[in-house]
Design a protein. Structure first.
Length: 420
């Protein structure tokens, strides 16, 4: 059929467009199919694998394209330096692996840099975090630094973890399991505190999308998991505080904990202004404590009072007698006492006798001397029942008389077991 015949047919038809379509479909079916394939390829939206292009207006080039890849659930963006969509598409496809690998390497370095520096002295990360959370002591900072460098980072490297987003709750659970293989649950929980503080910072700074630590619980500590702290036999310490010691600070620290049963932190905070006199008996008035039961009055033997008074006679009464000391101060004091008792370091370790054992010794000594459990609790800051608290409330006369009476019994027990 020629064009003249075709036009004749079309002019005779009521709907010429339909006639043209029918004519092409019947006479040029193969050509029509080819045109449809070309049209579909040009007009349909292509599905990209793992990336998309973003057109951005540019003063110099009119427009430029950025490519955004998906990596570990996060969009990472790169400049294609192309103003043509076809060239930008080609760049995105050909450079995908190289750019993602480059990003991963740079963030691997950043991950370990933050971990290594987080707990360093004057670290910008820790200083920023401390403005929002409770400040930690220099001792704790050093302990946490050792945890991250000696425990956590080697664990991540062994797991071949490169970036923070790869640290999931399952990874942290495995970290806990690795620690449990060589230490007690309570120690594992203390170590994990160092990790939690880092991730709290990372979440707040947007370096991670969710905090995996929120889904990891502390290890339950059972009675059998707790270490048994040892203490000396009662007769062993008799007269040890009547001797001359090489280090006066160690002497006074041991003297206080073995004659008052106070906690380590309480000893470091007291000043002479905290020493009061009730009915001829000296007491240390502890006004601040981690628990309401810790706020109490502790009997202070005249012998101990004189030693402390002589030590700080030139100090401001409101100034702490000892001030803040790191754990090594208590360790040294404990070793000094052991030397006086001819106990070597191996025996100290085997019996788990530490400076804090003085508090256990005090309780054992009071029990042996026949002092009631309720008064032990009142003097040592343990939780007490309402009945006990009412009997020894120092605000009324009867309560004052009771506590003075029991304080004198404490002094007699100290004379019997410690002093000549």
């Amino acid at each position: 059929m020629n064009f003249e015949d075709a036009f004749t047919i079309i002019n005779q038809e009521y709907n010429p467009i339909t006639s043209i379509r029918s004519l092409i479909a019947s006479e040029f079916s193969t050509t029509l199919k080819a045109l449809k394939v070309i049209d579909a390829d040009c007009t349909s939206k292509k599905r990209r694998e793992g990336y998309n292009l973003q057109k951005v207006e540019n003063k110099k080039f009119g427009q430029v394209y950025y490519v955004r890849y998906t990596y570990q659930g996060k969009l990472i963006k790169f400049h294609t330096h192309k103003d043509n969509p076809e060239e930008a598409e080609k760049f995105a496809r050909e450079n995908k692996e190289r750019l993602i690998e480059q990003y991963a390497r740079s963030h691997e370095v950043e991950t370990y840099t933050i971990l290594e520096r987080f707990y360093e002295e004057n670290s910008e990360f820790l200083l920023c975090e401390e403005k929002r959370n409770q400040k930690i002591s220099d001792r704790i900072r050093k302990e946490y630094l050792a945890v991250i460098k000696n425990r956590f980072i080697p664990f991540l490297q062994k797991k071949k973890i490169k970036v923070f987003n790869e640290i999931t709750r399952h990874v942290l659970g495995d970290f806990q399991d690795s620690l449990l293989a060589e230490m007690r649950p309570q120690t594992v929980n203390n170590i994990f505190k160092a990790v939690k503080r880092v991730f709290k910072y990372l979440l707040r700074k947007g370096l991670i999308k969710e905090n995996p630590c929120d889904f990891v619980h502390y290890i339950p500590v059972h009675q059998e998991d707790q270490g048994v702290r040892g203490c000396y036999e009662l007769e062993k310490l008799k007269s040890v505080f009547n001797r001359q010691w090489e280090d006066n600070l160690s002497y006074l620290l041991c003297l206080l904990i073995y004659t008052t049963g106070m906690r380590n932190n309480e000893i470091t905070m007291i000043s002479m202004s905290d020493v009061i006199n009730l009915g001829g008996c000296y007491f240390i008035d502890i006004k601040k404590s981690k628990t309401p039961s810790g706020i109490r009055k502790v009997p202070l033997h005249n012998f101990v009072y004189k030693k402390i008074f002589d030590y700080c006679s030139k100090k401001d009464p409101k100034e702490p007698i000892f001030g803040w000391h790191n754990p090594e101060t208590f360790v040294k004091a404990n070793k000094q006492l052991a030397n006086k008792l001819n106990v070597d370091e191996q025996e100290l370790r085997m019996e788990n006798i530490t400076f804090y054992s003085g508090r256990h010794y005090y309780k054992t000594m009071m029990n042996a001397g026949g002092l009631g459990e309720d008064i032990e609790e009142v003097f040592m800051g343990h939780k007490v029942s309402n009945d006990v608290a009412k009997r020894y409330n120092h605000r009324d006369k009867q309560g004052k008389e009771r506590i003075i009476e029991k304080a004198n019994r404490v002094f007699k027990i100290l004379d019997q077991y410690l002093f000549n």
